[in-house]
Structure formats: structure tokens, C-alpha cells
Design a binder for this molecule. Structure first.
Ligand code: CTP
Length: 414
């Protein structure tokens, strides 16, 4: 799927000689599938592990290795001048040393010197080599010049030893790449708080009440806000999804925990995007011990009491503090969808409500798509037809960032 943040972005992928080079084929493939234009440069030793043809095959673009055999005149200058990002993955200790000291004895290093774009380096090497003062000093030097170093992960390395030296996985690298490309976006210097997922309300230590929310819409909103350059805090109920790279994640279980986290986080936030499916009720007296099946308690009834409405609590706090500048809720409805949604917009003191009909098989819980009618408290209606939750999120983020840019908010700090 094409992602707006990567669409037609020119990325140079530098690959140096580590066994992790095989993962870079996957990285090149993922970036290409998301719409990036990837040109690869391999070092001579990288070619011992992987071939140029592998990269050409997945990117459909050139993958070069030898500066002397290049047909294109001053290719390194053309690449360096036009690229949006230079990613070196994997970066060996040797290549890192050469980059730090400005050596230019292969196409990868010469292109790095000719580049004006951000440089992202994903080291891969044995743990001892990574920790060595020489490597650490070189990385420090590169950092001081603005390079972004993606720290390797801990784990088993090719040597059989365990340590910190494994190149981070391609899917995570894509997240770091999105973050760098999004840096100057419309939400630069903005803090966005997003809530996602269900809540779980304990009945006893092993049972709970919950709902079908997967967290997909909230996680997609968090990613879209990151792509637009925001600092994102994601307050997430239990969800199987991986947190987007760059988001600060606060894990919560119950509605009460979610409420507490949100009230504290929105105090300096530009917007709250409340996508979580919060349980409206919780068992009144959760048992401390597992309830046995011989007990009548579960069979007969589980007394429930209402949870606090988090958006109402935010409304009350906002009346005193002015934060967050924008409050956006979701309305999950199955009937009278628009009318019920508009009523929630008003009652919860929102700037926007994203209304979706959860009885529609293409919208709502546990599917990848959604269809949303976004209504503002000024009566403006944005129809967002059925599309991926990623695209729906981009549209919502566009509306929120335009609103913030207009400065027309309750308590503008700009
Ligand atoms: N919400 C909340 N606190 C709750 C329940 C819901 O902040 N205790 C938020 C949801 O995150 C969503 C919005 O309120 O952004 C609307 O949620 P929804 O479930 O559609 O409505 P409810 O207020 O729960 O009302 P009802 O279930 O009666 O439709």
C-alpha cells in the first residue's frame, strides 16, 4: 500500500558488508511497495552477501556498486543532490569509520559526501565491535553532524554470541524513515494525544469485560500524526498491535487508568484524538481471587457501575485550563448514526466528531477499512468514504492540522 509520507520520495539505500544485508532487500521492497523511489548502492563487501540484482528486482531501479563501471556521469552527485533521504543499512564498523572521517573510496562513501539530505545509519556488527571506543567515537562524530543513528538491537549475532549489534528489523526501520521524512510536517512542534483500543474491566484476576476494538484506527491516527511531524503520545488499551516508531506509548487496561493518563497528558497537548472504545461500565466489586464455578455470583449477576466519561472529564478540565486546543471524539453508532453523533459532539464539548456506522462490515471494529463522517462544531461536514484506516487517519490529521494552523482555537499558544 502506498503511504503518503513515502510516495515518490527519493531514497538512497546504502548497503555495506554484513550478513544483515539480506534484511535490506526486504527493506528496499517495503519502501518500494509504500511508493518510495529507491536507488541502491552496495559496497564491494556487501556484494559478497547479496547481489545488485536482488535490489534491482525489488525496486525496479538501479543498484550500483562499482564507481568505475558507472555508465551515468557523476551519478553520486545526481543522487546526492536529489535524494530526500540517505539510509545506510546495514552500516558496518568500517563504513561508519569511513563516513565519520570523510573517506571517499567507494560509491557509497562518495555519495554520502555529495549528499545534502538527512543521513540515517543502521549499524550491524558484533557486539564487541559496536561497543568499541573507536566505533562509539565515530558514531558520536556522525551524530554531532546531524546523522540519525538507529541503535542496533540486542540478540544473537552471526558469531553465535549474544550482544547489542543486530540491525533493527526492516519494519522498524521503515518507522524510523517515516519519522525523519515527517520532521518538517504540518504538525511540527505540536503534541497530539491519541487514545486507542478497548479497555478491560476486571471481574476477578482472570476474567474481564471488554469489547471488539482492535486499536487499528487509533494506532493509524498516531502514525498519521507522526508522519505529519507531531510528538505523539498514544494511550493504548490492550492491543496486539506494535506501537508506531517514535510514539510515546502509555499502556493502560481499565477505563479509569485511561482517564487518568489522558487527563494528565492533554494538559499541554494541541489535540486529543479519542479513538478508544472505552467500556461504559465496570463490575462494581471485582473479586480479589478467581471466582470458582461453584459460586453463584457469575451465574446470577455481575453488578455493574458506570465508568467516568473521559471526554466529559476532558471537557471539564479544558474549561479551566484551555487544554487541549482541539478535542476530537469518535461516535460508534448502529442507528440514527449522524443524529446520535452530533448529539455526542455537543454533549462532550468536542470540536470534531468522527462518526462511523459500526454495523457496516467495511467500517468500525476489527477491519482494516473505515468510513467516517467528520463533523465540526461549526457544522462543517467532511465525508470520508470507505478507505483504509491509514487513509482515513491522514484525512482526519489534515483537518486537525489545518485547524491548528488557522490559530482559531480556544487557547492558542502560537
Ligand atoms: N468515550 C469516553 N469515555 C467513555 C466512553 C466513551 O471518552 N466512558 C469516548 C469514546 O472514546 C468516543 C466517544 O466518547 O470518542 C463516543 O463513544 P461511544 O461509545 O460512541 O459513545 P458513548 O459516550 O459510550 O455513548 P453510547 O455508548 O450510549 O453510544
Amino acid at each position: 500500500m502506498t503511504l503518503r509520507i513515502l510516495h515518490e520520495k527519493q531514497i538512497i539505500l546504502g548497503v555495506s558488508g554484513s550478513i544483515a544485508a539480506y534484511k535490506s532487500i526486504d527493506l528496499a521492497s517495503k519502501l518500494t511497495q509504500h511508493g518510495a523511489l529507491v536507488e541502491t548502492i552496495l559496497t564491494e563487501s556487501a556484494q559478497r552477501f547479496v547481489t545488485s540484482l536482488s535490489f534491482q528486482s525489488v525496486t525496479g531501479r538501479s543498484a550500483s556498486a562499482n564507481i568505475w563501471e558507472e555508465e551515468e556521469h557523476v551519478k553520486h552527485v545526481r543522487l546526492g543532490e536529489t535524494a530526500d533521504l540517505f539510509v545506510i543499512a546495514p552500516a558496518t564498523a568500517h563504513t561508519i569509520a569511513k563516513l565519520a572521517h570523510g573517506l571517499a573510496d567507494n560509491l557509497l562513501c562518495v555519495t554520502a559526501l555529495a549528499s545534502r539530505c538527512p543521513l540515517l545509519i543502521a549499524p550491524a556488527m558484533d557486539g564487541g565491535m559496536y561497543q568499541h571506543d573507536a566505533t562509539q567515537d565515530n558514531l558520536k562524530l556522525l551524530r554531532s553532524r546531524g546523522a540519525i543513528i538507529i541503535e542496533p538491537a540486542e540478540g544473537r549475532m552471526a558469531s553465535g554470541l549474544t550482544g547489542k549489534g543486530r540491525m533493527v528489523e526492516p519494519v522498524e526501520l521503515v518507522g524510523h524513515i517515516r519519522k525523519v521524512l515527517g520532521r518538517g510536517g504540518n504538525l511540527k512542534n505540536r503534541k497530539i494525544v491519541v487514545s486507542a483500543g478497548p479497555t478491560q474491566e476486571p471481574i476477578d484476576p482472570v476474567r474481564f469485560l471488554s469489547n471488539r476494538s482492535s486499536g487499528r484506527q487509533g494506532f493509524a491516527l498516531a502514525q498519521a500524526a507522526l508522519d505529519a511531524g507531531a510528538a505523539v503520545t498514544l494511550v493504548a488499551g490492550p492491543s496486539a498491535l506494535e506501537a508506531p516508531v517514535g510514539a510515546e506509548i502509555i499502556h493502560v487496561k481499565t477505563a479509569a487508568e485511561m482517564c487518568e493518563a489522558i487527563l494528565s497528558e492533554v494538559n499541554n497537548a494541541d489535540a486529543l484524538l479519542m479513538a478508544a472504545a472505552v467500556a461504559d461500565f465496570r463490575p462494581e466489586n471485582p473479586a480479589n481471587q478467581k471466582i470458582k464455578k461453584t459460586a453463584d455470583k457469575l451465574r446470577n449477576n455481575i453488578p455493574l457501575i458506570p465508568n467516568a466519561d473521559i471526554l466529559l472529564a476532558v471537557k471539564e478540565q479544558r474549561q479551566k485550563t484551555g487544554w487541549p486546543l482541539i478535542s476530537l471524539g469518535f461516535a460508534a453508532e448502529t442507528q440514527n448514526v449522524i443524529d446520535f453523533g452530533k448529539e455526542k459532539l455537543k454533549r462532550k464539548g468536542l470540536d470534531y466528531i468522527a462518526i462511523n456506522d459500526v454495523s457496516d462490515p467495511m467500517a468500525g471494529f476489527s477491519v482494516d477499512t473505515n468510513q467516517v463522517t467528520l463533523v465540526s462544531n461549526q457544522g462543517i461536514v467532511y465525508e470520508i468514504p470507505v478507505q483504509s484506516k491509514t487513509n482515513v487517519s491522514e484525512r482526519i490529521i489534515d483537518v486537525v492540522s489545518q485547524h491548528l494552523a488557522s490559530g482559531n482555537t480556544a487557547n492558542s499558544k502560537h
